[in-house]
Design a protein around this ligand. Structure first.
Ligand SMILES: Cc1cc2nc3c(=O)[nH]c(=O)nc-3n(C[C@H](O)[C@H](O)[C@H](O)COP(=O)(O)OP(=O)(O)OC[C@H]3O[C@@H](n4cnc5c(N)ncnc54)[C@H](O)[C@@H]3O)c2cc1C
Length: 439
């Protein structure tokens, strides 16, 4: 039996495991430090209260329960011995392998300012999403009770750092919450007065999309009341303000705010760094491992690195972008390569097929960039939103999740509600300095 270990049950790891689960010659072990697979493209919907955490995540054990050759382990990989072909877990191990698939994804990068992490919440896991949901909802609650105008304004200001798809979707959802969902829920404050500021260092939002789509996204965000500040970089972050500066030079500006959401940089997971150190593999500045055309580490044909943890070859001047399809297609490829080796067949190099991008902006609106649909792939508004809905529902893991999310969305669009607006976690109530109006 060929012992295959997969580290990481995200898009890459899960799609590899699904395919290998059908081959009786393989003894498969999948390790993840979380017990669930997360559909990350919908995390911001949890963060903004549109869907519940359980709707977009499913236990890996239950997804793979029919694969009799597969063992799912909850554990964190912290070491690799490529000579002995063993992975060490934080609570023991080792996991022995003949072939290893590293699919541990990426995490936030604060560009060397790790202190910012405390104030600027990033979005990568279900815990992050419920934390952001808490911060957003508590900000409105605090503003309702805070009677000092300056402090109320701080609570009513939301800064999103990073104008990529996550930042744009978060800012759009915030606009929708302020202008629509919460419009009638408060008495002292008027939620549509909330200031939503999206800060992006480059000269346009959605830099990976064609320019026309970026302009359309900006217009749609502005319609939702968000101020889009491109060509602007963040230079300081504290618990009550963000300092920004024009990238072209100019005086700094301080934006008082209590809610800062981080959607800017990413770096490879810490396990990717461990693998690189153990194998001598080359990495890029973000710590992603540079793999060969067959997605293995040069000199280590038994170690595949896939998805966000790798620099996967695509165009001469451009690797595969950090999108779900990059992980899914690589996961399937690695599984096929392992089966081909078992069959003694040759394997073609990995070829990424760009299926395009869709970002949704608020309610019933969005932008698409889908090259294979030609001019029809560059849409905006409602059509883009419909495409987004279709793609996400089809790709969600688990039929019951698809159905539940579809029904929940349909309901929230009819009622203009976001039914999962629960504040959880500690502290229970915000720190208000002057809760009652002066006598
Ligand atoms: C908020 C957000 C929105 C996004 N929106 C989109 C979108 O709209 N469209 C799109 O195409 N892409 C989107 N992406 C990107 C997409 O989700 C990623 O490109 C994709 O998840 C990468 O897949 P992966 O398998 O490489 O890593 P991941 O899916 O991140 O999976 C990595 C897995 O490894 C596990 N892991 C990490 N370290 C260890 C360890 N040491 N030991 C054990 N397990 C470990 C993690 O728990 C995780 O389950 C978004 C990402 C985020 C964060």
């Amino acid at each position: 039996m060929q012992r295959v270990a997969i580290i990481g049950g995200g898009f890459g790891g899960l799609y590899a495991a699904r395919r290998l689960g059908r081959d009786a010659r393989v003894d498969l072990t999948l390790v993840d430090r979380r017990n669930h697979h997360v559909f990350q493209p919908l995390l911001y919907q949890v963060a903004t209260g549109a869907v519940a955490p359980g709707d977009i995540a499913q236990p890996l054990r239950s997804i793979l329960r029919r694969n009799r050759n597969t063992t799912v382990l909850l554990g964190e990989a912290i070491g690799l011995d490529p000579e002995r072909r063993e992975v060490a877990l934080s609570d023991g191990g080792p996991i022995a392998y003949d072939t290893l698939i590293v699919a541990t994804g990426a995490r936030h990068s604060y560009f060397g300012h790790d202190k910012w992490r405390e104030f600027a919440a990033g979005l990568k896991s279900i815990d992050d999403a419920t934390q952001i949901r808490r911060r957003i909802l508590i900000a409105f609650e605090a503003a309702e009770r805070e009677h000092v105008a300056k402090r109320r304004a701080e609570w009513m200001t939301f800064v999103v750092v990073g104008g990529g798809p996550t930042g744009v979707e978060l800012a759009g959802a915030l606009g929708e919450i302020a202008n629509d969902t919460l419009k009638r829920d408060f008495r002292s404050i008027n939620p549509p007065d909330a200031r939503i500021i999206l800060v992006e260092a480059m000269d346009r939002v959605l830099p990976g999309y064609p320019e026309g789509r970026s302009r359309s996204a900006k217009r749609q965000l502005e319609r939702l009341g968000a101020a889009v500040r491109t060509g602007t970089k963040v230079t300081k972050i504290s618990g009550s303000q963000v300092t920004v500066e024009p990238t072209a030079g100019g005086p700094p500006e301080r934006i008082p705010t209590r809610t800062i959401l981080w959607a800017a940089g990413v770096q490879a997971s810490s396990f990717a760094r461990i693998v690189a150190a153990a194998t001598g593999a080359e990495t890029d500045r973000a710590g992603r491992i540079k793999v060969g055309p067959d997605l293995t580490i040069p000199g280590h044909p038994e170690i595949f690195v896939i998805g966000d943890a790798a620099v996967q070859p695509w165009k001469p001047d451009k690797p595969v972008p950090g999108v779900a399809q990059g992980g899914i297609q690589a996961g399937r490829y690695a599984a096929d390569a392992i089966v081909a080796r078992l069959n003694g067949e040759p394997q073609e190099p990995f070829r990424f097929r760009d299926l395009g991008d869709v970002a949704v902006i608020g309610r019933l609106s969005g932008v698409t960039s889908i090259p294979w649909l030609g001019p029809f792939g560059r849409t905006g508004g409602f059509i883009a939103w419909l495409l987004w809905l279709g793609i996400h529902i089809v790709n969600l893991a688990g039929f019951s999740n698809r159905l539940i999310v579809l029904i929940r969305w349909a309901w929230s669009f009819v009622t203009h509600g976001r039914g999962s607006r629960l504040i959880t976690g500690e502290p229970l109530v915000p720190e208000i300095q002057e809760p009652e109006p002066p006598a």
